[in-house]
Design a protein around this ligand. Structure first.
Ligand SMILES: NC(=O)c1ccc[n+]([C@@H]2O[C@H](COP(=O)([O-])OP(=O)(O)OC[C@H]3O[C@@H](n4cnc5c(N)ncnc54)[C@H](OP(=O)(O)O)[C@@H]3O)[C@@H](O)[C@H]2O)c1
Length: 267
């Protein structure tokens, strides 16, 4: 039985992971910005990645006085905005939460694991950590930054009993596009269309995967004894990541443009 911390455990991928971990007999510490109903074997802690004082209080909280075997950095939100007109505040807020606050928790977990002599640390990036989509560029940039940091960390932990893992889900049927998303900048018809396509796909599951399927891969990856860095989860994620690797850039960009923007674009 492991003691597992899941940030953003109140909904979507995090919630499904919490449920699976509890069913497997683990003790879970989960975070949320709002008060959550009690669940057996789940201890809730407040954490708001937007607020530096909340992140600092979380890093100093009593949960770290005991063994923590696994940390799954999952909490995050998406900013949708044209690159050219997003406000500086919106961009900084996106980086503050998804990157800086998450890395602060990463450093706390690493210090804890070094002292303990072992641990498993996973970040939830996205396929958008390895490619970019129109109007999601700043969100994608935070996930690229996390990918780079965790890849570097993987090397830095080779001589230890600390395992570093990255999960790259494809589109998943969560509240991400409908509740969590923040919008900034001038909206154009293309932007509005990209947003409504995403929301539709997440509602209907045309291209999105139920969160429990993603959580199944996450739990398997967390306890995978191999020192493997990257895992993908959900339908199309493996295919998209493969196409990104093998297709010439121009072909891949054409594919994304057609899927997100539709119509005939001059490429
Ligand atoms: N859905 C997708 O298609 C998809 C694909 C790839 C990767 N991801 C990643 O998966 C992770 C979880 O997203 P999801 O799809 O499960 O969305 P979700 O249903 O909106 O869940 C997001 C979770 O993160 C927490 N959260 C959001 N913003 C936060 C903030 N500023 N401070 C603290 N906690 C915050 C929420 O907790 P509270 O609201 O209770 O505080 C919630 O538990 C994110 O990192 C996202 O980038 C999602």
């Amino acid at each position: 039985m492991a003691r597992v911390l899941v940030t953003g455990g109140s909904s979507g991928i995090g919630r499904a992971t919490v449920n699976r971990l509890v069913r497997a007999g683990h003790l879970v510490i989960a975070t949320s910005r709002s008060k959550q109903e009690e669940v057996t074997n789940v201890e809730w802690y407040p954490l708001d990645l937007d607020k530096r004082e909340s992140v600092e209080a979380f890093c100093g909280s009593p949960l770290w006085d005991h063994r923590v075997d696994v940390v799954f950095n999952n909490a995050g939100f998406g900013l949708t905005a044209p690159i050219e007109s997003a406000s500086e505040t919106a961009i900084r807020t996106q980086f503050e939460a998804n990157y800086f606050a998450t890395m602060k928790i990463t450093q706390k977990a690493m210090a804890h694991f070094r002292e303990q002599g072992r641990g498993i640390l996973m970040i939830n990036t996205s396929i958008g950590g390895r490619m970019a989509f129109p109007y999601f560029g700043y969100y994608n940039a935070t996930k690229h930054a996390l990918e780079a940091s965790y890849e570097a960390l993987w090397y830095e932990c080779l001589e230890s009993n600390i395992r570093i893992k990255i999960i790259e889900p494809g589109f998943t049927q969560t509240r991400f596009a409908t509740h969590g998303m923040r919008v900034s900048g001038e909206t154009s018809p293309h932007h509005a269309q990209a947003l409504s396509k995403l929301a539709h796909s997440m509602r209907t599951g045309t291209t999105a995967t139920p969160p429990d399927e993603v959580a199944k891969t996450i739990v398997e990856a967390l306890f995978d004894p191999r020192n493997r860095l990257r895992y993908n989860a959900g339908k199309y994620s493996g295919v998209l990541l493969l196409l990104r690797r093998v297709l010439p850039n121009r072909w891949f960009q054409r594919l994304v443009a057609k899927a997100v923007l539709g119509g005939k674009k001059s490429l």
